[in-house]
Design a protein around this ligand. Structure first.
Ligand code: CDP
Ligand code: MG
Length: 750
């Protein structure tokens, strides 16, 4: 990926510099104000998954604005259909025209891959057709979705279509929210939920069919499920498996399942002319702006859809279009509308409004498959998107502007041909398209931390991950780092198998580190507090920071600060909210998101259920002894420790990398910064920022992470524990692998 890394847009840079200058002035006035940057700016626009991953404050999730808009968009009936009955609407869908054929091919094959345009009825209709054909007599039909918002909104729609109450015959289940009952026959759920169900119900006997919807998105969970379901299909011959996909990847799925048939739902699309740029563009934002103006001033009517990479370039692009259009005499008006996941829901919904003038919608890749804007005749494609990339060596996720793949490019162009013939303007050359772009996007499994997946697979008895049937195997480096991390936490034993601690951790729908924190809290007598912290970390940021009231909201947040810890600050917010009766008015007054708080309470209740029900752990409070809570945080995050360098600047103790306190961190409240800290995660935006930090005693580090740290007595030589252990682990894994190979060989010989 680095090969493709490219300089950003000059327009965007210019605007950023302008903003930073303004901020610097503001901070100078505020005597070194503590708040730069915006936590919200750190998320991937399209990152809306329901993985087990702990969500950093500010991470997208189902309750985000994007989700709301996606739901709103999905629920919008086609303009002409506003007055049609539900039955008429159902029967007008492309899937209906081939209903019998779909059912026949499903009846004749155990595994079928189904391809169809967005809106053809795959998600809402397939499960219903199968239900009508009797497939739910002996079990449920499970339909997985990569995004939680889709699971919820689609279940709601299907319940409406079937005239039943949501949660009864038709239900949904997402992490921390189960809306199903004994009556449920059609269950929409996130991939993560089905993955966790395989922990307790290995053969998924409760299902007669699984529809893996939107498999082309290739989330980590899609890929792991594909492997597990392939194994399961071999033993459960009665299980029907349907994989739906956009055109990209369909053939690969079919091959993966031993040449399963691919059925394409005949669509109604119009031809799209594709125009390439003659030379490589210097600045894709600038080129896009010029292209939009050219279309607007010279082409017949029809709306324009522009693909940018993230919030920042979307906004700059919109601004520049408006500015430059204002300078053209006699130009017709143009409605300029941004769309990205962090845009408030009401502003997002505006892209669906009828406009008397031509519209230009400037979007992130949220508009590639998730949202559909009718009336688009022109697409302007920058050729880039923002991708979350994990670097196993430094254990850091970063959002990188990356060239899209050919499949993405074709999907984007196709958006111009939904209501009539269209034109797609690609701001890159044909040569770049053919020779520099990958055929399809890099699956998430090859660019993300796999600790959770490794722990899950180990706990269901996949001894050797290298032998697991992955559609695309994850990089060896990532598997090794993930296993090493799990070993340091105590969840894997020396031979790489799951350890008793790991068995307890895997019961919790959490990433390994927070799961460890919660399990460790039991021994330290602070489960009541730690379960709150973990819940607060699992929801989107609770702090509300409106642009127009930054100073006020920052002052409100600072009142909650526990100077040595962001984790304890979160605990403090929660406790105060509870002691103030969990009131919304209290939230408004203190610039706290009430929705996130309520969600945190729900998450907490469910984690408490698991603690008490499954792990047989009672809640104990540390009372006023918050030091023990910091110790508990340290026991799960010692592998992410840093030592102070200068104010706000730290050196990572394992990688030596310089990383920074986030300007919104409570640690600035101390007036000086503590010598040693651990952090929840490292995110790269403009700098390497540590998110959610707690000050620790260096002796705790030596005690809890002896493989990394030791206290050096004066005169003693420094030990290189890390390298030693890395080498030992590697040797042990190799040994375990050789032993297994020898065993197989011996069996074969018999
Ligand atoms: O999955 P696919 O993109 O093929 O289509 P779908 O999601 O099943 O949608 C089929 C139709 O159902 C759409 O054209 C919408 O009109 C309607 N729908 C809806 O009204 N509300 C939803 N939440 C989802 C779909
Ligand atoms: Mg769909």
């Amino acid at each position: 990926l680095a090969v493709f890394a490219r300089k950003g847009s000059a327009l965007v840079r210019e605007q950023r510099e302008r903003r930073e200058r303004m901020r610097a002035t503001r901070d100078a006035v505020n005597m070194g104000g503590t708040t730069l940057g915006n936590v919200m700016g750190m998320r991937a626009d399209e990152d809306d998954g329901d993985g087990p991953a702990q969500q950093a404050p500010g991470d997208a999730d189902g309750s985000s604005a994007a989700a709301a808009a996606a739901a709103a968009a999905a629920a919008l009936p086609p303009p002409a259909g506003a007055t049609r009955s539900i039955r008429e609407q159902r029967e007008s869908l492309p899937a209906f025209a081939c209903r019998d054929e779909l059912l026949r091919i499903i009846a004749e094959n155990q595994v079928v891959v189904i391809v169809g345009e967005t809106g053809s009825g795959k998600t809402t209709q397939l499960a219903q057709y199968m239900h009508e054909a009797g497939y739910t007599r002996d079990g449920m039909i499970g339909c997985t979705q990569p995004r939680r918002v889709a699971a919820m909104s689609v279940a709601k729609r299907v319940a409406e279509e079937m005239g039943v109450v949501l949660g009864e015959e038709v239900g949904y289940s997402i992490r921390f929210e189960d809306c199903t009952s004994r009556q449920t026959r059609l269950k929409y759920m996130t991939e993560g939920v089905l993955l966790r169900e395989t922990l307790t119900h290995r053969d998924l006997a409760q299902y007669s069919a699984i529809i893996m919807d939107e498999a082309h998105e290739r989330t980590v969970n899609t890929d792991v499920l594909l492997g597990l379901l392939k194994r399961l299909a071999a033993t459960r011959r009665d299980l029907k498996l349907i994989v739906t996909s956009a055109t990209m990847n369909a053939q690969r799925f079919a091959e993966f399942f031993g040449n399963a048939p691919v059925y394409t739902i005949p669509g109604r699309t119009f031809p799209v002319d594709v125009m390439f740029s003659k030379s490589a563009c210097e600045d894709y934002v600038d080129s896009a702006v010029r292209q939009v103006l050219t279309i607007h001033l010279s082409q017949p009517e029809g709306d324009i859809l522009v693909f940018m990479t993230g919030q920042e370039d979307v906004e700059v692009c919109c601004e520049a279009i408006r500015e430059r259009l204002a300078a053209v005499d006699g130009a017709k008006p143009l409605a300029v509308l941004p769309i990205y996941s962090q845009l408030p829901a009401d502003l997002q919904a505006r892209i669906f409004d009828r406009s008397p003038t031509r519209k230009v919608v400037v979007a992130t890749n949220i508009a590639e498959t998730s949202l559909t804007v009718d009336g688009v005749r022109y697409v302007v494609d920058s050729g880039y998107y923002k991708l979350k990339v994990y670097n196993p060596r430094i254990g850091m996720d970063s959002l990188q502007v990356t060239p899209i793949s050919q499949a993405n490019a074709n999907q984007r162009s196709g958006r111009a041909g939904r209501t009539g013939p269209g034109v797609a303007y690609r701001l890159y050359t044909e040569h770049a398209f053919k020779h520099e772009m990958y055929q399809s996007p890099i699956p998430e499994i090859q660019r993300t931390n796999l600790a959770y997946v490794v722990m899950l697979l180990k706990s269901i008895g996949v001894a050797d991950l290298l032998d697991f049937d992955f559609l695309d195997p994850p990089p060896l480096d990532t598997i090794k780092t993930s296993m090493y991390q799990l070993w340091t936490l105590g969840s894997l034993d020396n031979s790489g198998g799951i350890a008793p601690l790991g068995r307890r951790m895997v019961e919790l729908p959490l990433d390994p580190a927070p799961a460890k924190m919660l399990v460790a809290a039991h021994g330290l007598g602070c489960t009541a507090e730690v379960v709150t912290i973990v819940s607060m970390l699992a929801v989107p940021s609770v702090f509300y920071r409106p642009k127009e009231r930054l100073d006020e909201s920052d002052a409100a947040r600072e009142k909650f600060f526990v100077p040595e810890s962001d984790h304890l600050t979160l605990l403090n917010v929660y406790n105060q909210w509870v002691s103030n009766g969990c009131r919304d008015a209290w939230c408004t007054r203190h610039f706290v998101h009430s929705k996130s708080m309520r969600k945190a309470r729900e998450v907490r209740e469910q984690l408490v259920d698991i603690l008490q029900g499954t792990l047989k752990v009672e809640l104990q409070s540390a009372g006023a002894n918050w030091d023990v809570i910091s110790r508990c945080v340290c026991s799960a995050y010692f592998h992410q420790a840093a030592r102070t360098k200068s104010l706000g600047e730290y050196t990572n103790m394992r990688t030596g990398m310089v990383c920074h306190l986030h300007p919104t961190s409570a640690l600035y409240g101390m007036g000086f910064t503590p010598d040693y800290i651990v952090y929840h995660e490292l995110v790269y935006t403009s700098k390497e920022y540590m998110q959610c930090v707690t000050a620790v005693d260096p002796r705790w580090l030596a005690e809890m992470g002896p493989m990394f740290f030791s206290i050096r007595e004066p005169g003693a030589t420094k030990k290189r524990h890390t390298d030693m252990h890395m080498a030992r682990m590697a040797a042990e894994f190799q040994q375990a692998k050789d032993d297994a190979a020898a065993r197989t060989e011996a069996q074969r010989a018999q």
